[in-house]
Design a protein around this ligand. Structure first.
Ligand code: FES
Length: 976
């Protein structure tokens, strides 16, 4: 090997082994470690040192390996997660992370565990605040840090040799009056203790106990994530892989008059440069939705016009990332810069530049005024009801353009397999939609494409979009080589998706304390393209007008293009914004009428069995189906919350507090849905193996939520085995049956229904075969439990016996079934959210003292994974309420496009977040389950705004409640 004069020799210890290597001194340690195959070390912010995903231990201290140059590691001891436990011999921290449910997507887990290890080495008995401080350098977008903190506490106790109790959520039964239950003392949080609490499960008397369902079993993917196995998209790279890079627009609105790529093309190491000139113009929408995708199809893979800073311009594939980046710089683009518009009200004024003036986009309502959709829906006689109302109340509310901020950026690897079929290995929530939607874009039939979804490092709706898959495929088709494309963290902001910014105007008519009329006028800012524009805003209208379900309701909505990065699907999907607004207005009305707000809400909220008036008119993107609420626990959730927070006493006391330091308590109620009625479909295949175990093949997409685990629990329950006997595989368009993917809070309800149906079928096949073996006439007389099929006379055969017999001996056949599931109803989970704050009316400083969510998600399949959804959802909603927004300069550039400037909650600044489940038994749900993923974000903003009002008298109607807004309000409001 020739000696490279630019390289240096460095000697260090890596995971206990001395290494002597020649390296480029400017190379980062992160790059070296991943090149060395240590894939537990992740990258989430492109080397900015903002996220902590690349944290490793250097001389036992946590450091971010993206900030360490190889020239600085001589003589150092480096440790990565690979040096800790193995699957058979887990380190106590790894075991505790699995046991407590601290791992959701698992992308941050290696860094969290290493940070905790370093802490425990220094301090064997760390306090909760020590732990939070030690973990504060590593962001987590999934968990709200609740279980992570608990995991470290438990692991340190184990390492000190202490006995620790099992980590089992407590369960209390309740009868007719839930208010009579004795809530354990800890859940009152009277002592100021801020430590995490286990979720509390409240179960109605008479609800049957099951053996696998309802248990906090460990996540089926927990071990591999805890030991840092290479399970994410970028962890497995095909040989000969090229690096793709994306040139994006520096202008908010411009026509590409010409592009000169000649210099980029001849740069050594460059294999392909593609612009709009090289591709046929195929119009599509990037949203991964069911067929047919809602209009407009207003994008092309590469277009002749750019409509926001960060819009696609050209792509390159090269031998290294550096060469690819260099090639981008060599592309010369001749732009004709057009005037742009960033504000949605201005955009629809008729005096703004037209963003979509192309002739080949169908389905734009009024392109000349940038209105992509205009929606109107009405029930009853709203005008008459407003006229007859005792009073009419109005309010305007604004919500921010929140970023998904999942830790793993969008990443995709494409290659041709040995049969010359295109394999797309991608971090997606919607593998089957990806396959269908990219097919016409890349000119390959669906049968030539295989989409593989490995583990996903978070999504929250952002990966329900096809953002890189078509581009990466174009590069593989052009070069014949494997290609990887990954967004930089900045591109996540500028070229990814976000929550829709909305302007929400409510009008409510009240007669005899009854809400008789409601009008919701909504303006949704979809950004430069209309992906999810129709459906997000429609869902917002439906949920926002159904929570109180006024018989006379009207929805008028304009969804508007602006020259900003497109909005898309985001957990909460419109419902979150509208429920914020209506829950604050209801509170304002109650105050004006001097009513007990809880009683006022109770008089008006959606009741059991009540027809949801707008369900038919506001389906998702089309006409829906009549629906009523068949299970609800809003009343119970509110009752428990009032008790656990001592709401009334505090509310009264806080209303008259003297001094600068004030306290406040607020509450809200919420509903969501479970899948899209009449549209979502999921399928599952279950196959019996020789040893009595089962393969569960699902197209459903676990993006960290734990859906693989809860689907395995359902299968195990039905098939009389433990979860360990269910081998889950999700998802691969070649091997798993169709599932529309992970969105709309549908996986538990829709895909779970498919699993239960398939398991039922397999169970029947097992019993029929066992009946032959046992010479029992009627197979229905047999019982399947504990891996045995038992006959009434006491004889039995094991599942293994049945498998071996059916595969090799008697009436040979494969015991296996595939079943599909869809639903014409979308049963709403229901709940109540409480928030408590301390507010300094002099300085504007605010501390959130507690968030408590009491939620009915039907039967809770796995209390710990469900609690993880609720906790993580509350933390995301807290960001939405307090400080997360996307800011632009006048030219349309985002000014906070990094984690350094776009603030996320850290382990040491999240408040205590508690979860109480009130179980119901949804008749249409698998084992009585509804959904949990999205309702968890719906109630935090209004509960907090109401709490701040209780503390200060100020209404914050424009989110987020930034420090600047607080100060401004304090300057203009006369507080008493
Ligand atoms: Fe922490 Fe997903 S589990 S980022």
């Amino acid at each position: 090997m020739s000696h490279n004069i630019n390289k240096i020799e460095t000697i260090f210890t890596l995971n206990g082994i001395e290494r002597k290597v020649e390296v480029n001194p400017d190379e980062t340690l992160l790059f070296f470690l991943r090149e060395d195959g240590l894939m537990s070390v992740k990258s989430g912010c492109g080397g900015q040192g903002d996220c902590g995903m690349c944290t490793i231990l250097m001389n036992n201290k946590p450091v971010q390996s993206c900030l360490i140059k190889m020239s600085a590691i001589n003589g150092k001891s480096i440790e990565t997660l690979e040096s800790m436990g193995t699957a058979d011999n887990l380190h106590p921290l790894q075991a505790a992370f699995i046991e407590t449910g601290a791992i959701q997507c698992g992308f941050c887990t290696p860094a969290q565990i290493l940070s905790a290890k370093s802490l425990i080495q220094k301090n064997s008995n760390p306090s909760e605040s020590d732990i939070r401080k030690a973990l504060s350098g590593v962001l987590c977008r999934c968990t709200g840090y609740v279980r992570i903190v608990d995991a470290v506490t438990r692991a340190s106790a184990v390492m000190r040799g202490e006995d620790i109790p099992p980590y089992t959520p407590p369960e209390i039964k309740f009868g007719k009056n839930i208010g009579e239950i004795e809530i354990p003392e800890a859940y009152y949080r009277k002592d100021g203790n801020k430590s995490p609490l286990l979720p509390l499960v409240l179960t109605p008397n008479g609800m049957t106990q099951l053996s696998e369902v309802g248990k906090s079993v460990k996540k089926v993917d927990g071990v591999k994530l805890a030991i840092g196995k290479p399970v994410f998209t970028d962890d497995v790279q095909p040989s000969g892989m090229l690096y793709g890079a994306l040139l994006t627009s520096p202008y908010a609105h411009a026509i590409i008059k010409d592009i000169d790529v000649s210099k980029a093309k001849i740069l050594p190491g460059v294999h392909a440069v593609i612009t709009h000139k090289d591709l046929p113009r195929v119009k599509y929408a990037t949203g991964g939705q069911s067929f047919p995708q809602p209009l407009p199809h207003d994008q092309a893979s590469l277009d002749i016009k750019v409509r926001h800073v960060g819009d696609r311009v050209a792509i390159v594939a090269a031998e290294t990332q550096e060469i690819a980046e260099k090639a981008l710089q060599l592309i010369t683009v001749d732009y004709e810069i057009l005037p742009h518009v960033l504000d949605c009200e201005l955009a629809m004024s008729g005096n703004a530049p037209v963003i979509h003036d192309e002739e080949d986009t169908e389905g734009i309502y009024d392109a000349s005024r940038n209105i992509v959709h205009h929606l109107e829906a009405e029930v009853g006689e709203p005008d008459k009801a407003f006229k007859e109302a005792d009073n009419v109340y109005e309010g305007e509310y604004r919500t921010p353009k929140q970023q998904h901020a999942q830790m793993e950026p969008h990443v995709c690897i494409t290659y041709f397999d040995e049969d010359n079929r295109l394999v797309v290995r991608t971090s997606t929530q919607v593998p089957f939609h990806v396959r269908r939607i990219i097919s016409p874009l890349i000119g390959l039939p669906i049968k030539q494409i295989r989409v593989i979804k490995p583990r996903i490092g978070g999504g929250f709706g952002g990966k329900q979009e096809i953002l890189l898959e078509d581009l990466c495929s174009h590069l593989t088709i052009a070069t014949g080589r494997p290609v990887k494309m990954e967004y930089t963290r900045s591109q996540e902001f500028t070229s990814g998706r976000s929550r829709h910014r909305q302007i929400i105007r409510y009008k409510l008519g009240v007669k005899n304390e009854q809400i008789t009329a409601a009008e919701l006028r909504l303006i949704g800012d979809t950004g430069a393209y209309g992906t999810h524009a129709l459906t997000v805003n429609m869902v917002g209208g439906f949920k926002g007008l159904t929570l109180y379900n006024a018989p006379n309701s009207r929805f008028i909505c304009d969804v508007v293009y602006t020259n900003t990065p497109p909005a898309g699907a985001y957990r909460g999907y419109g419902a979150m914004q509208e429920q914020f607004a209506v829950e604050v207005l209801i509170e304002e009305i109650a105050e004006q009428l001097e009513l007990d707000v809880v009683k006022f809400k109770k008089k008006n909220w959606l009741k059991l069995g009540e027809l949801m008036h707008l369900a038919r008119k506001l389906g998702e993107g089309r006409e829906g189906y009549d629906q009523s609420m068949e299970t609800t626990a809003i009343d119970e959730c509110v009752t428990v919350g009032l008790k656990a927070t001592d709401y009334y006493n505090k509310r009264k006391a806080y209303s008259n507090e003297p001094g600068d330091i004030r306290h406040g308590i607020g509450m809200s109620i919420m509903i969501h849905g479970s899948g899209i009625a009449g549209l979502d479909m999921g399928a599952a295949t279950i196959k019996l193996n020789d040893d009595g175990s089962f393969n569960l093949l699902i197209g459903a997409t676990d993006l960290g939520t734990g859906s693989d685990t809860i689907l395995a629990q359902m299968a195990a329950e039905k098939l009389g085995v433990k979860v360990e006997d269910i081998i889950v595989y999700s998802s691969d368009t070649d091997f798993t049956p169709f599932d529309k993917g992970a969105y709309a809070s549908s996986t538990t309800y829709i895909s779970g229904g498919a699993v239960v149906k398939a398991a039922d079928k397999v169970k029947e096949m097992i019993l029929i075969h066992a009946a032959k073996m046992l010479r029992v006439k009627n197979y229905q007389d047999l019982l399947l439990e504990n891996k045995l099929v038992k006959a009434p006379d006491g004889k039995s055969v094991s599942l293994k016996d049945v498998a071996l017999s059916s595969l090799h001996q008697l009436d040979q056949h494969q015991i296996m079934a595939t079943e599909s599931n869809m639903s014409y109803v979308s049963p709403p989970p229901t709940g109540a959210q409480f928030a408590e704050v301390t507010f300094n009316i002099k300085t504007g400083e605010m501390q959130i003292d507690r968030l408590l969510m009491i939620v009915d998600c039907g039967r809770v399949i796995n209390p710990l994974t469900a609690a993880g959804q609720a906790e993580g959802g509350m933390a995301q909603a807290l960001g939405f309420t307090m400080f997360e927004d996307t800011y632009f300069d006048e030219s349309g550039h985002i000014t906070n496009d990094q984690f350094g400037t776009y603030r996320l909650y850290k382990a040491d600044d999240v408040p205590p977040m508690d979860v109480i489940f009130v179980q119901t038994n949804e008749p249409t749900g698998p084992y009585g389950a509804k959904s949990i993923a999205e309702i968890s974000v719906d109630g935090v903003a209004p509960a907090l705004v109401n709490a701040v009002h209780n503390a200060s008298g100020i209404w914050f109607r424009d989110l987020p409640i930034t420090q600047e807004k607080i100060i401004k309000e304090l300057q203009t409001t006369k507080l008493q």
